[in-house]
Design a protein around this ligand. Sequence first.
Ligand code: EPU
Length: 424
Amino acid sequence: MDRFIIEGGKPLRGKVEIEGVKNAILPMMCAALMAKEGVTVLKNVPYLHDIRVLEKLIAEFGGETRFDPDSRTITIDASNVHNGIAPYELVKQMRASFLLSGALLGRFGEFRISMPGGCAIGARPVNFHLMGFRRMGATVAETEGLLSAKAPRLSGAVLCLDYPSHTGTENLMMAAALAEGQTIIENAACEPEIMDFGNFLNAMGAKITGHGTSTIFIEGVKTLRAVAYTPIPDRIVAGTFMCAAAITGGEIELEGIEVSHVRIAMEKLHDMGAELVSLPNGNIRIKGPERLSAVDIITMPHPGFPTDLQPPFMACLAVADGVSLIRETVFENRFIHAAELNRMGACIRVASEKAVVVGVPQLVGAPVMVSDLRAGAALVLAGLAAKDTTVLDRVYHIDRGYEHLEVKLASLGARIARRSDRDE
Ligand code: EPU
């Protein structure tokens, strides 16, 4: 198992390039299985742990994938894909494996996937996905840890989601793309990744409009084709680097970023005292203040404040001047990092979906344990700002969503290194 060793207290300086977004690349890799011929090419891909897990799953179904580190592209050849079972050993590593269900249902009229369990941040059921498949004519069964569905003929339907589920919307878009007739998804997720995913499906030949809004219209088509596509930059990675500049009182430039996707994070950081400038070349420069100021945050589906940035912002607010209130409305258990931040001298009280953060002047390094991807990002940020040494255990969670995070931070001047059990 790998650890990060961080000597804090160094303001970050320099430029960092933002990679393509994992949470759109994963559904795109799944959707690529719906192209019966040709090779799908995705560009600007970070070779993350989650992407490797999905490659293994695609191989289980007879698909061929190849990542080229020089061009940062991943190719997916689905011509020999057959229907099979997505095994629990892989599904349990990554809940996004369930994105295969919409693609397989679209292509084969059936799927069999091990039931994705809950994870550290919440129970995360898939009932909205299944409700949609049922409405489109599928018979869904849940037996002995396996979810299966069969639909000899998938028909368009009006689907009203109880909550704008991100992967739920993506799964239903895939199934509807190859269904007969029109599907309307109401209360759909509006995240930029959904917009990008809809654009990708349309490039494959789908007929989708309204994606990026809460009502999506999908006219089913007979076939989809393989395409080459460049996904949008990762707004959560961008927000994490902005927080890294803010918490260390540094100054960094973010390259390859889409400003409209990170506006809410920029506004919060501005309110916290950071200086942000949009440069003519599309980059953003951010400069952290001497000391950040407290702000309140409430997480919500897009265009609200993203839950995935709540942990990094909590790390920043832990050292801000004043008292901040954070309300987490998306996941029921996404404050695990608060206890670890408190081990570093933070003063955070959590009561159900609320956290009160009383800013302290300085955090102090300590051994801490990463529980999930974004909690890991929060603890790295805390370590960068803390006095003395922070040792982060279980960094494999961070590798799921940040490519070579320690290398990128070190290039900005951070004193951070990866140590593995193998080194000792
Ligand atoms: N929910 C249900 N039933 C469902 C689906 C969702 O009750 O059928 C609930 C969830 O339990 C949760 C809420 O609805 O309380 C929102 O969940 P959503 O379905 O939107 O989340 P997701 O699709 O499982 C994606 C991202 C997450 C991100 C959330 C929210 C991917 C692969 N994952 O998860 O990303 O936090 O949307 O924006 O796209 C991360 O990158 O660290 C991460 C966790």
